[in-house]
Design a protein around this ligand. Structure first.
Ligand SMILES: *[C@@H]1O[C@H](CO)[C@@H](O)[C@H](O)[C@H]1NC(C)=O
Ligand SMILES: *[C@@H]1O[C@H](CO)[C@@H](O)[C@H](O)[C@H]1NC(C)=O
Ligand SMILES: *[C@@H]1O[C@H](CO)[C@@H](O)[C@H](O)[C@H]1NC(C)=O
Ligand SMILES: *[C@@H]1O[C@H](CO)[C@@H](O)[C@H](O)[C@H]1NC(C)=O
Ligand SMILES: *[C@@H]1O[C@H](CO)[C@@H](O)[C@H](O)[C@H]1NC(C)=O
Length: 807
């Protein structure tokens, strides 16, 4: 996630619940608005036409629908006053301005949105009647639209604002109507800037200065991150073009003009700038260029000047679109007549995986380094499961740079992040899941100059060294973890300080993290470490209470044996296995000290989290049939919430009980029912594209077990799909035979890999790195394909199997 309620650790409040109210009058899909409705056009020849930017922009999706380059720092959109985590939302709420940096899909408080600008007329050209602070300056929305690299809205007052971007610079094109004052004088367009952000977090000093000769405006402010600790300073540099130079001034308080060209605002005092233009003639646009930096205002100006020297809106937009086309170009599909909505779901999910992390290379004030610097790993708890594996497939070069950025953070801050935004550490939600990202890259032999010895030291430090304050990085309760081989409830031996809840989910995540470290140890020739961490990888068993039953609403489910919280003296405490599922107190397991021993999910769910040793879990839960029954119950009883990332893997766990067909069946049960081409088409926070990567990988038919060299094979939702590996240049093609667009034939009957019989229900990364063709023959019923023990993906306790042994 993070989904966060108020509390002592996370002060953040989540707006999810409020939003349903707005839905009725905000649905751009059904509104017949005048000029450009926010309607997905769909189906054109251009891949960009398949991206619906407004998927997940209501009901907690929080996806950012504005203009951005892949991984870009500049993200420009109009901001609304409703569910504004992604700046703009499809919630019908009023608009408070346009801002230039955002995060996408996040929980926590609203992130970024610094230095919003607001176009307006001031009544009778009277500056004292302009709107300055946020609570004064809302305006209704008219029609709007967006596509990769472009955002367009006409406000209810007739002012149109379009936005496009380069890496660190936003370019706006404002078109004002020709309005007149009460005595008939033409009104002068005004653009105000507010030294604030979306969540009003500005503290300390802020600055604004106006160059009277050039009209250039520079400034800065110090802000707080949205789901973490610390502060960051951001800088901007704004220039106008397309009209005569405006007359600009500085305002303070609730809109008093001060007769200076430079001003420092101390404490929380409000302020900003105001620029007044000549009345529009003809079809004048006011082009507004906002350069951004986290280093200095002058660097913000340099960024703007070097990236957008000519204010050529059309050219900048075209360049942005081409960047996106290049990214999408690695995947080619043969549609096979599938519904256009499904194509939109696929490409929009793909699109959202590249909004964040954000490439801030050259913009990191915290240390000097020649390594790349990425930010907005928001959060790795979400993204380790499928987003980073997806990027490894479609953009290995950038994924490699992200891994190097993680290692550089470790080098200079001492720990890998579990969550990071705005140059600050974010909250850790469970284990140290960057370990999984690193192991995943390692075993898939991700190239690009990653220092694996450094990487190994980083993951070992997660496993061994506890910080005094471990809420923001690393793991807590390590002392007990090493002594008892689980994280006990009410841990009295904890050496550091942190929120001591979530002992069950932390235990299973630590176990998996250690499995991943063992894999790296094995490859890097640290043999002793490898056995140590493999042994800790079995610690999930220590919280398995074999006689625990589960009743729901007083009715025994019949399933026995669940993870449960345990005391250091080995006695058990009870947490209803359904608690924190949608069926029982779903809100009681956040980072708010609600006390849950599982994070944002129930013991029911976490009992399935043994990605390293599913064979052992299947046996423990009573064998394949019993396991399948229990997994069906999880999916069909209402216990599972697909809007949180732990749900992803459970869709594919049938592969381990020899029923790969049921994984395919589940995939179709959730797409498009819960992941669809509507404004609420994401069941929870998109979490920087984590949900996007789930739909995309699921539709590709190669969902990963992250941290392992395993992709579960299910039939792609397309007739055929090809993926080019941009590091090796090789192409992997997956082709469905007997494909039908209505998805009656979703069960694999037989498979050929490069012409040879392939019975394993999984494949490894060499298929993508080295290229090849996987042909799946489909039918309407489950078959024997991929069901034998030797066909199942590897598990720690059974002999690890190598995909290449087969042929
Ligand atoms: C311009 O005039 C129209 C018509 O009176 C009005 O609806 C609109 O709000 C005005 N726009 C602004 C920015 O004042
Ligand atoms: C603003 O300050 C300048 C220079 O200090 C001064 O010449 C000018 O008269 C002032 N204008 C107003 C409106 O006070
Ligand atoms: C980085 O190097 C520059 C130039 O030498 C120096 O001014 C700056 O203080 C350094 N920054 C940090 C965080 O070390
Ligand atoms: C479930 O476990 C509780 C506590 O051990 C026990 O009292 C109860 O009888 C069990 N229910 C069933 C149906 O086995
Ligand atoms: C689309 O997905 C959302 C979120 O999961 C869900 O609530 C909604 O019912 C779905 N809509 C359709 C038409 O399937």
């Amino acid at each position: 996630m993070p989904r966060v309620k108020t509390g002592h650790v996370a002060r953040a409040a989540c707006a999810v619940a409020v939003i349903a109210l707005y839905f009725f009058y905000s649905n751009p899909w059904s509104s017949a608005s005048p000029s450009k409705p926010g309607v997905w056009r769909g189906g054109g020849a251009d891949v960009l036409d398949h991206v619906n930017m407004f998927i997940g922009t209501i009901n907690g999706g929080h996806a950012f629908p504005g203009a951005s380059l892949p991984y870009g720092m500049a993200k420009a959109s109009a901001d609304c006053i409703g569910e504004a985590h992604g700046g703009f939302a499809s919630d019908g709420s009023d608009i408070s301005g346009f801002s230039h940096m955002h995060d996408s899909g996040t929980g926590g408080t609203i992130s970024l949105g610094n230095f919003p600008i607001f176009p307006q007329f001031c009544e009778d050209n009277d500056i004292s009647k302009c709107k300055f602070a946020k609570n004064q300056r809302v305006v209704g929305r008219g029609s709007y639209d967006a596509s990769p690299g472009y955002f367009d809205i006409t406000l209810a007052d007739g002012i149109r604002g379009e936005a496009t971007v380069t890496s660190h610079t936003a370019l706006y094109r404002f078109t004002f109507p020709k309005n007149v004052s009460t005595n008939g004088a033409p009104l002068h367009p005004v653009i105000t800037l507010d030294l604030n952000d979306l969540a009003n977090t500005r503290t300390g000093s802020a600055k604004a200065s106006i160059d009277p000769k050039t009209g250039q405006i520079q400034g800065s402010g110090i802000f707080s991150p949205s789901f973490g600790t610390g502060k960051y300073e951001a800088f901007f540099c704004m220039d106008f073009k397309g009209v005569e130079m405006p007359s600009s001034s500085i305002w303070e308080g609730i809109g008093t003009l001060v007769n200076v060209t430079t001003k420092e605002f101390v404490g929380y005092s409000h302020g900003g700038t105001l620029s007044m233009f000549d009345p529009p003639r003809g079809n004048d646009h006011i082009l507004t260029r906002v350069g951004l930096s986290l280093i200095s205002s002058s660097q913000a100006c340099q960024n703007a000047e070097s990236e957008i020297p000519k204010f050529d809106f059309g050219k900048v937009r075209k360049a942005a679109e081409n960047e996106w086309r290049k990214k999408f170009d690695v995947i080619k599909v043969v549609r096979g007549g599938i519904d256009k909505d499904l194509e939109a779901i696929f490409w929009s999910g793909f699109y959202r995986t590249m909004i964040s992390p954000q490439d801030y290379t050259g913009e990191n004030p915290l240390w000097n380094s020649t390594e790349p610097y990425f930010d907005s790993f928001y959060c790795i708890w979400d993204s380790f499961r499928s987003q980073h594996p997806f990027l490894t497939l479609v953009d290995p070069i950038e994924q490699s740079r992200m891994v190097r950025a993680l290692l550089d953070i470790w080098k200079f801050e001492g720990k890998l992040p579990d969550c990071r935004m705005s140059l600050c550490q974010g909250f850790t939600q469970g284990g140290s899941n960057a370990d999984v990202v690193l192991a995943d890259a390692y075993i898939k032999k991700l190239g690009g100059g990653i220092d694996w010895d450094l990487a190994y030291r980083a993951v070992v430090s997660d496993a061994e060294d506890e910080l005094e304050r471990w809420d923001y990085a690393g793991r807590g309760s390590l002392h007990s973890w090493k002594r008892l081989n689980f994280v006990p409830i009410h841990d009295k031996d904890d050496q550091g300080a942190g929120l001591r809840t979530r002992t069950v989910s932390r235990t299973v995540e630590f176990a998996y993290n250690d499995f991943c470290i063992a894999a790296m140890a094995e490859g890097l020739d640290h043999k002793e470490d490898s056995s140590k961490y493999l042994s800790r990888a079995g610690n999930w068993r220590n919280l398995f209470k074999s006689d625990q039953n589960s009743s729901i609403d007083g009715v025994d489910t019949g399933f026995v044996g669940f993870l449960q919280p345990r005391n250091a003296d080995l006695t058990w405490e009870e947490q209803d296995p359904a608690r924190c599922s949608p069926l029982l107190k779903p809100d009681s397991c956040y980072l708010d000290g609600g006390g849950g021993e599982t994070y944002e999910g129930a013991c029911w769910l976490y009992t399935f989290f043994v990605p390293q040793d599913m064979a052992a879990l299947v046996t423990l839960l009573g064998g394949p049939d019993e396991f399948t029954k229990r997994l069906n119950f999880l999916h069909e009883s209402g216990l599972l919430y697909m809007g949180d990332e732990q749900a992803f893997l459970t869709v594919f766990l049938y592969h381990y009980s020899g029923r790969p067909g049921l994984s395919a069946k589940r995939a179709h049960a959730y797409i498009p029912k819960e992941f669809n081409n509507t404004i609420n088409g994401i069941p929870g926070n998109d979490d920087s594209g984590a949900m996007g990567s789930f739909v995309t990988l699921t539709m590709m038919g190669v969902f990963p077990n992250p941290g392992q060299d395993v992709y579960f094979i299910t039939p792609p939702f397309f007739q055929e799909i090809s993926i080019v590996n941009s590091q090796t240049g090789k192409t992997a093609t997956i082709r469905n035979i007997n494909f039908d667009a209505r998805y009656k034939n979703i069960y694999i009957q037989s498979a050929l890999k490069d012409g040879n019989i392939w019975t394993k229900n999984w494949i490894d990364h060499s298929f993508f790195a080295e290229g090849g063709v996987l042909e799946l023959t489909l039918g309407p019923e489950e078959s024997k394909w991929g069901t034998r023990n030797e066909d199942l993906p590897p598990s720690m306790s059974t002999k690890a199997r190598d995909a290449k042994d087969l042929i």
